[in-house]
Design a protein around this ligand. Structure first.
Ligand code: MN
Length: 206
C-alpha cells in the first residue's frame, strides 16, 4: 500500500480556524526510535475511535466506530482514512463546529508498536498486518485484515482483531477505561476545559 500522503489531510482543514497540527514541521523521528501508535476517541457527528500507526513519517489511520475489542472473537470494522501528520499523535482538544471532524478529541491510548512481519509495506499491500501494541491500555498481538472489494473504494475496509494471548479478555475496555491516556480527562471534561460542546461531548462517555 502506498501511503496516502498528507494532501487529503490538509485539504480538509482550515488551520487558521482549527488547533489541529498542520504537519508542516519536519517529523522528529530519531533513527532507531520505536514506532508510536495512538488511539483517538473522537466525538464528532458520530462517536468513533481513530486508530493510528506511525509508518514512514505519517500516521496510517483507520476510523473504528466501536473502538478496539480485547476479545479475539470480536472483529471490529475499521475504515482506512487519510494519513495524519506525526505531530497529530499528541492532539487532544476541540475541533470547532462546522470544521472537518468538528467535535471533541481525546488521546484514549498511546504507546509504541512493533511489526510482527518482516516487511510492513508488503503486509499492507497484501492486506494483512500483524503487530504488537505496547500502550497504556492496549497490549499484545493484533491484526488488521483488509476486506474484499477494497480496490473500488477510496476508503478501504479493514477488520481490527485481537489475537489470543495473555492480554485477550472479554472485558469491554472502552467502558472500563473511558478516560484520556494523557490527561485522565473524560470527553466531557475536555470539552469543558477547551471550550467545546459540553452538551454533546458527554454522550461519548460511559
Ligand atoms: Mn475521527
Amino acid at each position: 500500500m502506498i501511503p496516502m500522503g498528507l494532501e487529503d489531510y490538509r485539504k480538509k482543514r482550515r488551520f487558521d480556524v482549527t488547533s489541529e497540527p498542520s504537519g508542516q514541521k519536519p517529523p522528529r523521528r530519531p533513527k532507531g526510535k520505536a514506532l508510536i501508535f495512538v488511539v483517538h476517541k473522537h466525538r464528532a457527528s458520530h462517536l468513533h475511535y481513530d486508530f493510528r500507526l506511525q509508518w514512514r513519517d505519517v500516521l496510517l489511520s483507520w476510523a473504528v466506530p466501536k473502538g478496539p475489542s480485547l476479545n479475539p472473537s470480536v472483529k471490529r470494522f475499521a475504515t482506512q482514512v487519510e494519513d495524519h501528520p506525526l505531530d497529530y499523535a499528541g492532539f487532544e482538544g476541540v475541533i470547532p463546529p462546522g470544521e472537518y471532524g468538528g467535535g471533541t478529541v481525546m488521546v484514549w491510548d498511546t504507546g509504541t508498536w512493533t511489526p510482527e512481519v518482516p516487511d510492513v509495506d508488503a503486509a499492507l499491500d497484501a492486506g494483512e498486518l500483524k503487530f504488537t501494541l505496547n500502550g497504556k491500555k492496549l497490549k499484545g498481538s493484533w491484526v488488521l485484515v483488509r476486506t474484499r472489494g477494497f480496490k473500488k473504494s477510496p476508503r478501504p475496509s479493514w477488520l481490527l482483531i485481537k489475537h489470543r494471548d495473555a492480554y485477550a479478555t472479554d472485558h469491554d475496555i472502552t467502558i472500563e477505561e473511558p478516560r484520556s491516556a494523557l490527561s485522565r480527562r473524560t470527553l466531557a471534561e475536555i470539552a469543558r476545559d477547551e471550550g467545546g460542546d459540553v452538551a454533546r461531548a458527554p454522550t461519548g462517555d460511559p
